[in-house]
Design a protein around this ligand. Structure first.
Ligand SMILES: NC(=O)c1ccc[n+]([C@@H]2O[C@H](COP(=O)([O-])OP(=O)(O)OC[C@H]3O[C@@H](n4cnc5c(N)ncnc54)[C@H](O)[C@@H]3O)[C@@H](O)[C@H]2O)c1
Length: 356
């Protein structure tokens, strides 16, 4: 089996790569990434890419089709991966998250790949507090990021047929340790604040619903999607990935972290304007289709994993919200240094990198 993981050098990629290497020791694993956050490592573990057979640097918008030769499965993680970046760089977000994702799938199909896995997001549900949203519920994307995922899904699903399965995994918000940790994710942010400042600052009024999933369980879900039988679910599939038990309100997450670390204060911004991005999600379909790949981590075990991981890495930075563990800060810095153009392409002295 030859698997191409596009966007493998972010937060989820390193965890997925290790998972695939252990699960399929004989597989050929190829990574393709622009390297935007390649340097954002935490701790002293070996470079995560040692688990790949080959690492290619390039831009998914200009991917050389020879990269797809002989590939059985493509996992596409490449994205401008949150709302603040999507709002600031809307054009690039649509170009990468939507257009390039569709073009990559078309090229993969032409090259003979049999499976394409797309990392979508439960944020497509936008404002959904009434009841848990199912895959058949109408999306209500509130941001450029969420819109890009809906637009991609819409064009990806019709590409599926008996020789090419397409699986759009609508992931809950990720949490947990990775060699390329992100601290701009809600639970990770709370644990970092609790450890470094003895304080958790909740930016919203704490009421939004936000389902979560541990990044290790995302890797297991991707493993399932790569080889899933099409008989039950069909060749093209959109499925929510997470667990019903992990539909939490943000304030409950904050209090759960505070309960795990003595002396931590929780500060909730009761004057914050309502955050409309609030959704509860049903994970029944995923449970039905992938009983052997259900999430294994829960809130408590993930908080402990985060505390131990950050302590082992010697993390103490109270200014972490200004650090390279926030994706937008890294992009901003590269823009200021002139390394990235406004389309978020690497460009040195006018030469675009990753453009043949
Ligand atoms: N982290 C979450 O909570 C979450 C939840 C739902 C879905 N997802 C999706 O999962 C995927 C991975 O998320 P993540 O948290 O690892 O994000 P990340 O930002 O850590 O990683 C994204 C990777 O994509 C690469 N990339 C970006 N633009 C590229 C381009 N033009 N060409 C090549 N590579 C490019 C980056 O260099 C980076 O390595 C994304 O599609 C994201 O939308 C993430």
């Amino acid at each position: 089996m030859k698997v191409l993981v596009v966007g493998n050098m972010g937060y989820i990629g390193p965890v997925l790569t290790k998972h695939l290497r252990l699960a399929y020791p004989q597989a050929s694993l190829i990574g393709f990434d622009a390297g935007l956050f390649a340097h954002c490592l935490i701790g002293s573990a070996p470079l995560p890419e040692i688990y790949m057979d080959r690492q290619i640097f390039g831009d998914v918008r200009h991917i050389d089709k020879t990269v797809l030769e002989g590939v059985d499965a493509v996992v596409n993680l490449a994205a401008i991966s949150n709302d603040p970046m999507g709002n600031r760089f809307e054009e690039a977000t649509l170009a990468i998250n939507y257009k390039a994702a569709v073009e990559l799938a078309a090229a993969a199909k032409r090259a003979g790949a049999r499976s394409y896995v797309f990392a979508s997001s439960c944020s497509v549900y936008g404002c959904a507090e009434e009841g848990a949203k199912q895959e058949s519920s109408k999306p209500d994307p509130l941001t450029a990021y969420a819109r890009s995922k809906v637009m991609a899904e819409k064009e990806l699903i019709p590409m599926a047929d008996d020789r090419f399965t397409v699986t759009c995994l609508r992931f809950a918000t990720a949490c947990g340790m990775s060699d390329r940790l992100r601290l701009d994710l809600v639970l990770n942010d709370f644990v970092a604040g609790a450890l470094s400042q003895k304080k958790i600052v909740v930016m919203s009024d704490g009421t939004p619903w936000r389902p979560l999933i541990n990044v290790k369980d995302m890797a297991r879900a991707i493993d399932w999607a790569v080889g899933r039988p099409a008989a039950k679910a069909g060749f093209g599939l959109i499925v929510n990935v997470g667990s019903n038990e992990w539909n939490c309100q943000v304030r409950d997450l904050a209090h759960a972290v505070a309960a795990a670390i003595p002396g931590v204060e929780v500060s909730i911004n009761t004057n914050a304007p309502p955050d409309r991005r609030s959704y509860r999600v049903s994970y029944d379909l995923f449970k039905d289709l992938a009983p052997d790949f259900q999430p294994l981590s829960d809130l408590k075990s993930t908080i402990i994993e985060m505390i131990e991981g950050l302590q082992q890495a010697g993390f103490q930075n109270p200014d972490y919200r200004e650090s390279q563990f926030m994706r937008l800060n890294v992009i901003r810095k590269f823009r200021e240094e002139g390394l990235l153009n406004d389309k978020l392409e690497f460009s040195f002295s006018g030469k675009k990198i990753g453009v043949a």
